[in-house]
Design a protein around this ligand. Sequence first.
Ligand code: BDR
Ligand code: CA
Length: 352
Amino acid sequence: MLDRNRLRSWAVIVVLALTLGAAARAEPHKIIFDTDFGICPQDDCYALMLALHSPELEFLGITTVAGNWSLEQGTADVLRLLEIAGREEIPVYAGADMPLMHEPSEYARTTYGSWWSDEAPTEPPGGFAEKQAEDAGAVEYIVDTIEAHPGEVTILAIGPLTNVAMALRHRPGLAGKVKQLVIMGGAVAALPDGAGNMTPGAEFNFWVDPEAAKIVLRSGIPIQLSPLNVSRKSSFSQEWFQRLVATETPFTRLIRERGRVGWDDADPDVVIHMYDQIAVASLIDPTLVTTTELYVDVDASPGIGYGTSYGFTRIWPGAEGAQKMQVQHELDWERFIEMFIERVAKPIPAHP
Ligand code: BDR
Ligand code: CA
């Protein structure tokens, strides 16, 4: 016969464990959101909308970097989005307006992205924001914030890694104080769907600043890498888009006006990959993705492999110094897209 007292003790232990587990889960991730922002339909914009509507994330600040657009354009657009969201209390810090070493080539100017542009930014929808970027720069902000919260801050990096690399170079020892990095970047040929999107091997964020990517990936910070392998498991169709904009909120209005890209009468069945949104979602709910632990390094030498990332189960010649990280490659698409739509489309809550 079962001993009643023992049974009761077990019940207490189970309840305690569940309560502690829930309490631990309830603690939001303190994040610095590092982005080469562009207003919707840019994926950084959708990613920020998702993050802003996720109680699992606590925004410390947003840092901008040149990538999809110039630094000025990205900063103007993110300030405007925060106004649309009613989240003017989140500080924005402008960062690097050029990669560490990469000089814009004819290929860079004509293929994709305008990180190299020095043209004045165009007006975001609804006009330039009244909100201004902070006086401090992104690198100074990242260093000071990590120093102020050692071991507590997650950097969610969804653009070229220039700001993060500069912060690490600026303050030796900083890497040991970063809780973790979630990075959208790279493509890993050792796993399925690992071709590049800028060159045969290189993904855009890593290609724009391969030197920065190499510094950051070798830093020793615990890394969740969200490369093209996992992005390619997404397929955003016109049907999902219609569901997203079925409600009427400031976000869905903006998406409806700006977001219907890629679908036209000639090709209504086209599906679009999602990139930065998946990196954000994986921090909110890690069970949405499947990862494999690999050493990952980046080719930063001039030549045809510039910006290509490589993943392998062991260190190989030339990759001495590479670090192991979690590489995402599978996605629970249905669960992800349901969460994405539900959160992005929900009414914008009032914030203090
Ligand atoms: C990455 O490049 C950028 O264009 C997107 O915003 C994403 O971060 C995908 O390669
Ligand atoms: Ca991006």
